[in-house]
Design a protein around this ligand. Structure first.
Ligand code: NAD
Ligand code: IPM
Ligand code: MN
Length: 356
């Protein structure tokens, strides 16, 4: 079992160190190899996704990824910005299916910004399409407008697009996942305005006919954003495009107590996967040893389950995380009165200890 470990920037290095600690404590035989990615790789090699890093990821069974990015790189040409590393990995590895499970652990009900009764028992799965949409659509760029409200003015443009096979395969992933849960899929779109998302809705509906045992409903993204904070437990599996999924998953993270709790798995059709927390490099708290490592540790559990066939080890990690929360240990993002505040490394150590 080969794992490529790509910590990246900011808190990426701090949280990945804790996940690696937990993986090593399992006593399984992994081959782990690390490489630079993002801003760190740009500094050392002049590119956010050097050939070596990409090859390492391609040759691995799974990639454990931290986060990339820092404000100081925002002025670089786009191909050199740290974020291009994660986008490039998704593209090159064909990681079209992004699972972002938002689970509110019993112990964290009070850490959510919503009323406890709205989030207690919450367990939703956001499935975000990850290699299409306006993120990757061509053409894009800057030019002089020839029409629109201000002909002759400087303008910028991106292209939102989805092909039928791209929608079909992510829809199947969602219906299959729903079959293993409560058999309900909500497809989120903006079909009332966008051609791309009318097509999305039509194709998801067609694929849904192959899954008569799964209930399918459709919701516009603006309403979905509202319903997620009004009555989140009405959702089960949510399937949506790349950009809407990015936004809705950050929103959903607060239902679990903190963005530091939301893991993710990005899979291709070969079960090869990249596992990363849903959050970013958090430059505002980087280097302080206070970041919550649990999203990354839970992503490592997803890696064991989805890519490495180690269900038992995955469950061990998840149980250990719940134990540590039950012990009252909290990083600052999930801290509340009556609990014990700890740092990143202490949290990782506690999870290792709780593995038993
Ligand atoms: P962010 O997710 O990094 O941070 C948002 C807020 O959440 C910050 O206040 C941060 O302190 C907090 N936060 C995030 N993770 C946390 C954790 N584990 N524990 C405690 N608090 C946590 O989003 P941002 O500030 O918009 O972006 C920062 C940089 O990260 C940007 O360069 C962005 O492009 C990049 N980014 C990268 C990824 C990725 O690598 N997959 C994902 C999102 C953002
Ligand atoms: C995420 C991040 C990325 C995205 C950025 C860093 C490219 O926000 O993984 O959610 O938008 O997909
Ligand atoms: Mn995001």
């Amino acid at each position: 079992m080969k794992i490529a470990v790509l910590p990246g920037d900011g808190i990426g290095t701090e949280i990945v160190a804790e996940a690696v600690k937990v993986l090593k404590a399992l006593g399984l035989s992994f081959e782990m190899e690390s490489a630079l990615v993002g801003g760190a790789a740009y500094e050392a090699h002049g590119h956010p996704l050097p050939e070596f890093t990409l090859k390492l990821a391609q040759a691995a069974d799974a990639v454990l990824f931290g986060a990339v990015g820092d404000w100081k790189y925002d002025k670089l040409d786009r191909p050199l910005r740290p974020e291009q590393a994660i986008l490039g990995l998704r593209k090159h590895l064909g990681l079209f299916a992004n699972f972002r499970p938002a689970i509110c652990y019993e112990q964290l009900v009070g850490a959510s910004s919503l009323k406890p009764e709205l989030v207690a028992g919450l367990d939703i799965l956001i499935i975000r399409e990850l290699t299409g949409d306006i993120y990757f659509g061509q053409p894009r760029g800057r030019r002089t407008a020839v029409d629109g409200h201000f002909p002759g003015a400087e303008e910028a443009f991106d292209t939102m697009r989805y092909s039928r096979p791209e929608i079909e395969r992510i829809a199947r992933v969602a219906f299959e996942a729903a079959r293993k849960r409560s058999k309900k899929v909500t497809s989120v779109d903006k079909a009332n305005v966008l051609e791309t998302f009318q097509f999305w809705k039509d194709v998801v509906t067609e694929v849904g006919k192959e899954y008569p045992d799964v209930a399918l409903d459709h919701m516009y993204v603006d309403n979905a954003a509202m319903q997620l904070v009004k009555a989140p437990k009405k959702f089960d599996v949510v399937v949506t495009g790349n950009m809407f999924g990015d936004i809705l998953s950050d929103e959903a993270s607060m239902l679990t107590g903190s963005i530091g709790m939301l893991p993710s798995a990005s899979l291709n059709d070969k079960k090869q996967g990249l596992y990363e927390p849903s959050h970013g490099s958090a430059p505002d708290i980087a280097g302080k040893g206070v970041a919550n490592p649990l999203a990354t540790i839970l992503s490592a559990a997803m890696m064991l389950r989805f890519s490495l066939n180690q269900e038992e080890a995955a469950a061990r990690i998840e149980t250990a995380v719940q134990k540590v929360l039950a012990q009252g240990l909290r990083t600052p993002d999930i801290y509340s009165e009556g609990t014990t505040q700890v740092g990143t490394a202490q949290m990782g150590d506690a999870v290792v200890k709780a593995l038993g």
